[in-house]
Design a protein around this ligand. Structure first.
Ligand code: NAD
Length: 377
């Protein structure tokens, strides 16, 4: 089968779904690959790199006429119209929030696999693009914060005086939060972190941060599915004072708190932000879902009256395009290994497998979303 890798059409997109390294891995699985000219230009993957890797560089038409089209963002209506009946499209699709997209894909008679619907079970980790992106984004959040912050992260004793280390507070210690903790610790900051899931305290400490402890009876319930639930009124009251105190003491606050299927919880109030030091920085990684901090504007840098910089960038993973594209492309290769057990370049779907069932949102024009529930491990 022929795999097509299009140039992403989303304005400002830097990512590409394959690199020179991953197209070689796809050819090892028996596939032919055609990459749209210019597809990897923002991710350090010029056309020549793909040619050197032994695959073809072609036109938009050639790529969209392939048996399997692999991309990063969900296809537009126009792109769906280019898919031939019976083709397979693989990309992120936010299927739970995109009923019209799923209808268009059905009408086109294609099979659609949503990379952002990979079940969060241990076996599927190697295909989990959301984790790949959150990991890069958490690191980049620290880089952005360091860039805005007027001082060093690390403490030093110099001939010109003693420099204290920066104090970083990370809210939410999932994939992104842990990556941020690791990056900030590595740069020499003193890092503190909190998560409503107390089971992550050990991971926080292993990354070099201190876990902020609250009344253990309030957060005693262990998450059954690895994700946070909305806080109870009692929990909101107990955490409000802590968020206020930690934020006022911090130079940098990185917020990553999300609850699946819900708007991001509001955690740093306007009063708290107003009480933070001049020159301090908030990176609100929940900006795309409404933000964790008062004053966050998605995709903007805001400087408050009291001199706090709030970054609401939603393209943090795309700001490290070469790295993220490599990880995304590798997640794709791992998925195609699963779908091509004979390494014969023929993609097949086994609905007995929860991963293959979970990602298939449309099969040959028929809706297969939502899949049966899977208990995450
Ligand atoms: P996420 O992006 O949904 O949320 C980020 C973090 O915010 C979570 O840790 C959550 O507990 C926290 N949070 C929510 N409300 C909060 C609040 N009010 N205050 C403080 N923190 C709050 O989560 P994620 O990073 O995608 O992952 C969540 C869990 O799933 C992690 O334990 C991760 O290790 C696990 N996971 C497993 C797999 C797998 O097994 N394949 C893949 C990815 C993630």
């Amino acid at each position: 089968m022929l795999i097509g890798i299009p140039r992403e059409s989303k304005p400002g997109e830097t990512l590409v779904a394959a690199t020179a390294k991953t197209v070689s891995q796809l050819t090892n699985l028996g596939y032919d690959v055609v990459v749209e000219s210019g597809a990897g230009v923002h991710a350090d993957q010029p056309d020549s790199a793909f040619v050197d890797a032994g695959v073809r560089v072609g036109t938009t038409e050639e790529v969209w006429a392939a048996d399997v089209v692999v991309k990063v963002n969900a296809p537009t209506d126009e792109e769906i119209g280019r898919l031939r009946q019976g083709a397979t499209i693989i990309s992120m699709m936010a299927p739970g929030r995109s009923p019209e997209l799923l209808e268009r894909l059905q009408a086109q008679g294609v099979t659609a696999l949503a990379m952002d619907a990979v079940p969060r079970i241990s076996r599927a980790q190697s295909m989990d693009v959301l984790s790949s992106m959150a990991n890069v984004a958490g690191y980049r959040a620290v880089v952005e914060a360091a860039h805005e912050f007027g001082r060093m992260f690390t403490g030093q004793v110099t001939a010109a005086g003693k420099i204290p280390p920066a104090r970083v507070f990370v809210v939410g210690a999932g994939v992104a939060g842990l990556a941020a903790i690791g990056a900030a610790s590595a740069m020499g900051a003193v890092v503190r972190a909190f998560d409503v899931r107390p089971e992550v305290a050990e991971q926080v400490e292993s990354m070099g941060a201190q876990f902020v402890e609250l009344d253990p009876t309030l957060f005693a319930e262990k998450s059954s599915d690895g994700y946070a639930k909305e806080m109870t009124e009692e929990q909101v009251a107990a955490t409000a004072a802590m968020y206020d105190e930690e934020a006022r003491a911090a130079d940098i606050v990185i917020t990553t708190a999300l609850i699946p299927g819900r708007p991001a919880p509001s955690l740093l109030t306007a009063e708290t932000v107003a009480g933070m030091r001049n020159g301090s920085v908030i990176v609100d990684m929940a900006a795309a879902n409404g933000g964790n901090a008062a004053g966050t504007v998605a995709d903007q840098k805001v400087v408050t009256d009291n001199g706090v910089t709030i970054l609401g960038y939603t393209d943090l993973a795309g700001r490290l395009a070469a790295q993220t594209s490599q990880l995304y492309g590798t997640n794709i290769v791992n998925l195609l290994k699963l779908l091509t057990p004979e390494k014969d370049g023929n993609l097949g779907l086994d609905f007995e497998d929860v991963v293959q069932r979970g990602i298939t949102v449309v099969k040959e024009g028929e809706s297969t979303w939502p899949p049966p529930a899977v208990q995450v491990s």
